[in-house]
Design a protein around this ligand. Structure first.
Ligand SMILES: NC(=O)c1ccc[n+]([C@@H]2O[C@H](COP(=O)([O-])OP(=O)(O)OC[C@H]3O[C@@H](n4cnc5c(N)ncnc54)[C@H](O)[C@@H]3O)[C@@H](O)[C@H]2O)c1
Length: 212
């Protein structure tokens, strides 16, 4: 399977986003995304009707069209299957992140996910394998250290949407997502071993050198 290093898709004139988990982060995401030219929130999902109501109320208040609304614990599935969604944006609680991300990639959607994107090293490898096989972007919603300070969340959204709309490689990709997310299990193992140093897996399988 080809590396996702430097991977680029055909430029997209606009990006239709489905937001999963309309709590504090989800509402803020709807506001930010709706202010970026070329982005449109076309679907929302939550386990609570009040989350869906709040999401569509936010869109209406901003003068945007109401989105498709999906209710339930597996509502990330109809969002990813919605033909009017290009990218699934996951702001649901952590236990949902990995399953929603894999489902979105398998459905042919790009996916942006809050950290941690997965909770075990095995899941991190599965994210890498799925992104490489489906050739879809997995975008961790975190800032790389070399990006200048500013409105962190807004900057991240502007960066990935610019890359998608211009057919450019992502600033942060699935390998970054896996590397950041594997720290949970590594930290637990290190603490159990008396704070022993542990090696961080190379999720690129050495192919980071090709990008030099
Ligand atoms: N709030 C922060 O400062 C912060 C910072 C960094 C990362 N995060 C990440 O963002 C996630 C969300 O944070 P938040 O503060 O918005 O939490 P929140 O509790 O305010 O919102 C979570 C929303 O997800 C919904 N939800 C729960 N299960 C769902 C499911 N199966 N499918 C769809 N929706 C579901 C809930 O009903 C709720 O509306 C956190 O779990 C974390 O992973 C949050």
């Amino acid at each position: 399977m080809g590396s996702m290093h430097g991977f680029r898709c055909d430029p997209m004139e606009r990006v239709r986003v489905g937001v999963c988990g309309i709590g504090q982060r989800g509402i803020e995401a709807i506001r930010r995304l709706s202010n970026i030219p070329g982005l449109v929130v076309t679907a929302i999902a939550d386990i609570e009707q009040r989350g869906l109501d709040a999401g569509n109320a936010k869109l209406e208040k901003m003068g945007k069209p109401r989105s498709h609304a999906f209710l339930g614990p597996e509502s990330f599935r109809p969002v990813a299957d919605d033909p009017e969604v290009d990218l699934v944006y996951v702001t649901a609680p952590t236990p949902i992140h990995f399953r929603a991300a894999v489902y979105a990639l398998e459905a042919g959607r790009h996916c942006a996910v809050e950290l941690p994107c997965a909770t075990t090293i095995e899941e991190c490898w599965q994210l890498v394998e799925t992104a490489e096989r489906t050739r879809r972007h997995l975008i961790p919603l975190a800032k790389k250290p070399d990006v200048p300070p500013g409105d962190t969340d807004g900057d991240i959204d502007i960066h990935w949407s610019h890359c998608l709309m211009n057919g450019l490689p992502m600033d942060a990709d699935v390998y970054d997502a896996a590397t950041w997310s594997c720290l949970t299990e590594l930290s637990e193992k290190s603490v159990s071993a008396g704070s022993a140093p542990l090696e961080v897996p190379d999720f690129t399988r050495g192919r980071w050198k090709d990008a030099e």
